[in-house]
Design a binder for this molecule. Structure first.
Ligand SMILES: NC(=O)C1=CN([C@@H]2O[C@H](COP(=O)(O)OP(=O)(O)OC[C@H]3O[C@@H](n4cnc5c(N)ncnc54)[C@H](OP(=O)(O)O)[C@@H]3O)[C@@H](O)[C@H]2O)C=CC1
Ligand SMILES: Nc1nc(=O)c2c([nH]1)NC[C@@H]1CN(c3ccc(C(=O)N[C@@H](CCC(=O)O)C(=O)O)cc3)C=[N+]21
Length: 285
């Protein structure tokens, strides 16, 4: 029976440390970290995530701003707002909630954010540096996934890791980070033939497909670590990509949905914003 990797509990511990660092920063330097979240359009789920981020910021003592723009906003108007935030000293981190409306180019918009304020790590320079193994902001969900795996105490070097999903925000950067930890890393996606063959060999499974119950217990190797980033509403309930009940019988560790990867994503966003603030102030005379 698998042990549960409790993302809420681990987040709480990390956030306690963040609160201390923020308090010290305020006391010693009079600085308050600031995050701006930009959302375009009225997708209900996206608005829920954005208010969760704002609430998390307040809970650790950050300044936070929500910029809610209508669906009809032009890309130029959005880029102008980003310019303004890039030059705003109160703001240390900028996040543009994805997905953006179809008339916008997500990569272009993300790369308009100052790389120093790109706390999502989606700017081409940060993605490039991540791939090169240089210092960069690490995308929040993959960073949280690695933190969760580390908490199991497992040595990742030489382990077989399978990532299901190859998106720029979860699957691809998660695979790059697992490779950095010296896992033998495979990425599966919708065109993969016979995914079960890969899953059966995996010591670490990272699921990020957004397909409820895609991965079932009988597909998983005995003793595997199973990290489920998927979040979909199914019959009014939030479910992951992994069929939890059958997988927990086979895995050694497993994340629940909700309460696994989700809270860690927001905690890593706080961590990246604090890091951006510290770097900025350390670079000043
Ligand atoms: N917990 C958190 O903090 C976060 C959770 N999420 C959740 O993670 C999931 C993935 O998000 P995101 O990466 O943005 O989604 P995308 O839709 O951008 O990517 C999904 C990926 O999964 C692959 N895929 C789809 N169906 C299958 C299948 N049947 N078998 C194998 N691979 C498949 C796709 O392949 P292909 O490329 O070939 O189309 C694609 O690469 C969603 O449920 C989302 O809600 C996302 C961000 C943060
Ligand atoms: N620029 C950008 N950056 C993102 O990081 C980003 C994004 N766009 N677009 C959408 C996805 C999704 N995402 C989640 C964050 C937290 C939870 C989370 O905390 N979930 C809770 C449950 C929340 C609930 O009850 O609905 C949990 O899993 O326990 C989930 C998903 C960040 N994303």
């Amino acid at each position: 029976m698998a042990k549960i990797l409790d993302g809420r509990k681990i987040s709480k511990e990390i956030r306690a440390d963040i609160i201390e660092r923020v308090d010290r920063m305020k006391e010693e330097k009079g600085i308050v970290p600031g995050l701006a979240v930009v959302i375009v359009g009225d997708d209900e789920a996206s608005h829920v995530y954005v208010s969760m981020k704002a609430k998390a910021c307040k809970s650790v003592g950050f300044h936070s701003e929500e910029h809610k723009l209508p669906e009809s906003t032009t890309q130029e108007e959005l880029l102008n707002l980003i310019d303004h935030l890039n030059n705003d000293d109160k703001i240390n981190g900028i996040l543009v909630q994805l997905p953006l409306p179809k008339h916008m180019d997500e990569n272009l918009v993300n790369s308009h954010i100052s790389p120093q304020k790109d706390v999502d790590g989606f700017h081409a320079v940060n993605m490039g540096n991540l791939t090169l193994g240089e210092e960069s902001y690490v995308p929040c969900t993959p960073k949280g996934i690695i933190e969760l795996i580390k908490r199991t105490g497992t040595d990742m070097a030489g382990k077989n890791a399978v990532v299901v999903g190859r998106s720029n925000i979860v699957g691809k950067p998660a695979a790059i980070l697992l490779l950095k930890e010296s896992c033998t890393t495979t990425i599966c996606h919708s065109k993969t033939k016979n995914m079960e063959l890969f899953l059966k060999e995996a010591d670490i499974v990272v699921a990020a497909a957004g397909v409820p119950n895609l991965i079932k217990g009988h597909m998983i190797k005995e003793g595997a670590i199973v990290i489920d980033a998927g979040t979909r509403k199914l019959d009014g309930k939030l479910v992951g990509d992994v069929e939890f009940d059958s997988a927990k019988e086979v895995a050694s560790w497993i994340t629940p949905v909700p309460g696994g990867v989700g809270p860690m994503t927001i905690t890593m966003l706080l961590e990246n914003t604090l890091e951006a603030t510290e770097k900025l102030w350390n670079s000043r005379p």
